[in-house]
Ligand binder design. Structure first.
Ligand SMILES: NC(=O)c1ccc[n+]([C@@H]2O[C@H](COP(=O)([O-])OP(=O)(O)OC[C@H]3O[C@@H](n4cnc5c(N)ncnc54)[C@H](O)[C@@H]3O)[C@@H](O)[C@H]2O)c1
Length: 312
């Protein structure tokens, strides 16, 4: 990370703020540009609160030093022109992504490179016109990036392979956990995996096999316990005496049978969505959503802390 000292964070809503904390926590200087009026007045207190929460949760030793590395700029060019890496986290709208990418392109120093936080657009949809598109890619975080370390690095057809490798090295240096995709695919890896699970959860619910609460419980108290420290391949590798191939031989036909049953319109019907929502609102009324989100973040912090104490 020797030559990377200064990061531009362009767009500092939920995700950009988390990114600013990630980079500053790793000792890098962070320049934030956000297009909203009075950006610093609005955003700085939110970052201060998030850093204070990290401190209270035992996840940040020196909140003051961390905060001192974050500054705001009046223009996008001010932030970008002095940066070594740009993390773009503006609104998820294709016109915004195109416009902001062009502005970053125009101000980008000769050595710097760029990652977009976009959740849904392939980089080739908004980097096409950029002069420096060989140094641009998607670097997709999970919200909030300062608590959940995974990032997906997705090159466009024009991204130079060494730039994607630099992005991966940077992410690892700042404490994130990086995944490198070979090429663009809608949803990347994380949301495609989540989508497969949601499809099946909705299908089972829609067909009345179990309640939403019991399906949630199956993940919370079953599958999910392992998922905090191992993935699906390692799980099955350990679940048959002779490893993954042995598991596939024993249970592969059963899973192939499920896949053959799967129909596109099995799950996300308007009726199923309405009934699942009603079940959730019965357990958690709308007035409780905010407090429950705070509870989730608190649990997340405790999990992150617990994971730090586990052997790898
Ligand atoms: N929220 C999530 O769960 C999540 C997770 C992963 C990735 N993302 C992606 O991160 C990006 C940001 O999402 P968010 O949830 O933080 O959105 P957000 O609405 O909270 O924040 C977007 C910020 O961008 C600023 N902005 C808009 N246009 C700008 C411009 N031209 N220049 C500079 N700033 C500009 C806005 O003022 C706002 O502060 C999106 O691409 C989103 O898809 C979001």
């Amino acid at each position: 990370m020797d030559e990377i000292r200064t990061i531009a964070v362009v767009g500092a809503g939920l995700v950009g703020q988390g990114w600013a904390i990630v980079f500053a926590r790793a000792g890098l200087d962070v320049a934030i540009y956000d297009a909203r009026d009075n950006a610093e007045v609005v955003i700085r207190p939110q970052i201060e609160r998030a850093i204070a929460d990290l401190g209270a949760g035992g996840l940040c030793d020196d909140p003051t030093a961390l905060l001192s590395r974050i500054r705001f700029t009046e223009t996008l060019a001010d932030a970008v022109a002095n940066s070594d890496y740009v993390q773009e986290s503006a609104f998820e709208r294709i016109d915004v992504k195109r416009e902001v990418s062009r502005a970053i392109d125009a101000a980008l120093p000769g050595h710097a490179f760029v990652g977009s936080s976009t959740s849904g657009f392939p980089g080739s949809d908004f980097y096409a016109d950029c002069v420096h598109r060989a140094r641009m890619m998607v670097v997709h975080p999970v919200n909030p990036p300062h608590l959940i370390p995974l990032v997906e690095i997705v090159p466009t057809p024009w991204t130079a392979p060494e730039m994607a490798m630099r992005a991966r090295a940077l992410m690892e240096d700042v404490g994130q956990s990086a995944v490198s995709l070979s090429r663009e695919v809608p949803g990347f890896v994380l949301n495609r995996l989540q989508g497969a699970l949601l499809d099946e959860a909705f299908a089972l619910f829609a067909e009345g096999y179990a309640t939403a609460e019991d399906i949630d419980r199956t993940v919370r108290d079953g599958l999910g316990l392992r998922w905090a420290f191992m993935g699906p391949f390692e799980t099955i590798d350990l679940n048959a005496p002779n490893g993954l191939a042995d598991y596939a031989e024993r249970l592969g036909p059963m899973y192939a049978g499920f896949a053959a049953q799967r129909q596109a319109d099995r799950g996300w019907t308007a009726d199923a969505v309405q009934r699942a929502d009603a079940e959730r609102r019965n357990i958690l009324p709308p007035s409780g959503l905010l407090a429950r989100r705070s509870w989730r973040d608190e649990m997340l912090m405790r999990m992150v802390k617990a994971k730090k104490d586990l052997p790898s």
